[in-house]
Design a binder for this molecule. Structure first.
Ligand code: PLP
Length: 500
């Protein structure tokens, strides 16, 4: 493809993308293809000779879009949003054009420097304490990761390294040192709650450290409290285990609960005082709901200023902040915790700027070596929307969740809210004489509304109670779409009531 052909192909592709968005509401939200559909449509070998762009592009509508579930559809109320926006798409376009493996500053200084700057902007917009800023008092800073799962793994690697450094007896060498580390590792444990995203457990599995789940209850709103954590810590101690890592969540996946940061920090301080050797590293997983911190009222309500007592914080701009996958923004209070754990020098990557300690090399803050120019799309989104635009979007979609919940409340003969609305998420079920009947009805309702193709909701189980999660955060979702979704739910619930 030469420049002229690229221009024509690009214009035609952009036109198609615009038309896709303009008409997205007319499609079925969820793909209805059968497993293996694509193999039947594509040749079994790659083409021997190049094909014209027009043939390739034709297959987007004909072969790919049937197999797409439309996450940007206004009727997408499942899981959490997976955002994008036109400025973000433009960022991806430039990033692809400037493709490089920008692991060291010298590999493209703009890639590193823009990332540091936009993550400082983000930390300020989210109201994070200054210790998470690159120019802050503790030499913290942010780094873009591929996903929240990658972020928690990175944090856990650093936490393990920090804990071992602080608690392994001094003066040991050789085999004695190796044995002491191996013994310690066998007793180290990562903690999370029964509502923490599974990525923390996966990180522990990858690192080969023990993992303990702390049960949280409906009475506590499915959030971790100080006393529950204190009991879990004491239990570890009684078993000879050494807690070194805890994930606390701002906006859990099932219900968007927020763990009690103040209670957590008090219990931890009683266990091992903050800043002492062997303190428990606390990682705040705000993958979804962290986006809402752009609003000062949310910063206050969630007491985000308290996280200066913790160690790392992560939020995904690619969930609810108008930026497409991948843009998981991980902040750490002291960048040395990352670089000490993750720096391995290899002659081939040596250069004057790095060797002189003059620059940030983000390869030392992450698991992979190579990295993309991901900050560009964040920069474009922030500049295009401005802080006011981001706040307006979060407030609008949060209000849609409040509206939806108020309509549920107005139909007590049909629905019961189990949690929320919290961060544009309401978890509810159909009423019934007992859990069995509620579950059967709610499951039927969920299947029926999803079969309409006009909306998609997903479910969860809360203490054995089957519940529908209704999320209203997608950029294209307007009040009329949420009203239509509620109407579909109410009409189908009435039918379900008649038949069960
Ligand atoms: N943490 C929370 C609270 C989540 O809800 C999710 C996914 O929804 C994740 C982590 C995992 O996100 P990622 O896909 O970026 O790894």
């Amino acid at each position: 493809m030469d420049s002229k052909e690229f221009r024509e192909a690009a214009v035609s592709s952009i036109d198609e993308i615009i038309s896709y968005y303009d008409n997205i509401g007319e499609r079925n939200v969820v793909s209805t293809v059968e497993p293996g559909y694509l193999r039947k449509l594509l040749p079994s070998e790659a083409p021997a000779d190049g094909e014209p762009w027009s043939d390739i592009q034709q297959d987007i509508e004909g072969k790919i879009l049937p197999g797409i579930t439309h996450w940007q559809h206004p009727g997408f109320h499942a899981f959490f949003p997976c955002a994008t926006s036109y400025p973000s798409i433009l960022g991806e376009l430039y990033s692809a054009a400037l493709s490089g493996a920008c692991f060291n500053w010298i590999c493209s200084p703009a890639v590193t420097e823009l990332e540091t700057i936009v993550l400082d902007w983000l930390a300020k917009i989210l109201g994070l304490p200054t210790c998470y800023l690159s120019m802050g008092p503790t030499r913290g800073g942010g780094v873009i990761q591929g996903s929240a799962s990658e972020a928690v793994l990175t944090a856990m690697v650093a936490a393990r390294d920090k804990y071992l450094r602080e608690t392994t007896p001094a003066g040991l060498e050789g085999d004695a040192l190796e044995d002491a580390i191996a013994h310690k590792r066998s007793r180290m444990v990562a903690l999370a709650t029964s509502m923490t995203h599974s990525s923390t457990k996966k990180a522990a599995i990858i690192l080969g450290v023990r993992f303990i789940t702390i049960p949280v209850s409906a009475e506590d709103g499915y959030a971790l409290t100080g006393p529950v954590l204190a009991a879990a810590l004491e239990n570890c101690r009684a078993r000879g285990l050494e807690p070194f890592f805890l994930t606390a969540t701002l906006g859990t996946t099932d219900t968007c609960a927020v763990d009690d940061f103040d209670g957590i920090s008090s219990s931890l301080a009683d266990f091992v005082p903050a800043g002492s050797p062997g303190e428990v590293w606390v990682h705040i997983d705000a993958a979804y709901a962290g986006a809402a911190l752009v609003c000062p009222e949310v910063q206050e309500a969630t007491e985000i200023s308290l996280i200066d007592r913790f160690h790392s914080f992560d939020m995904n701009m690619h969930k609810w902040l108008l930026t497409n996958f991948d843009a998981s923004c991980l902040f750490v209070r002291d960048r040395e915790w990352f670089t000490r754990a993750l720096t391995i020098n290899q002659a081939v990557y040596s250069n004057t700027a790095s060797d002189g300690g003059l620059v940030t090399d983000y390869r030392e803050w992450q698991i992979p070596l190579g990295r993309r120019f991901r900050s560009l799309k964040i920069w474009f989104v922030m500049r295009s929307y401005g802080v006011n635009g981001l706040q307006a979007y979060i407030r609008r979609t949060t209000q849609l969740g409040e509206d939806f919940a108020s309509w549920l409340r107005a139909r007590p003969g049909l629905f019961e809210i189990l949690t929320g609305p919290s961060f544009a998420l309401t978890v509810f079920r159909m009423v019934g004489k007992d859990t069995g009947e509620c579950n059967a009805r709610t499951k039927k309702l969920c299947d029926r509304v999803n079969a309409t193709g006009k909306m998609w909701v997903t479910s969860t189980l809360l203490d054995g109670r089957f519940a529908i999660r209704m999320m209203t955060g997608v950029r294209t979702t307007e009040k009329e779409h949420v009203e239509a979704a509620f109407q579909t739910l109410a009409e189908n619930a009435e039918d379900v009531l008649k038949t069960t």
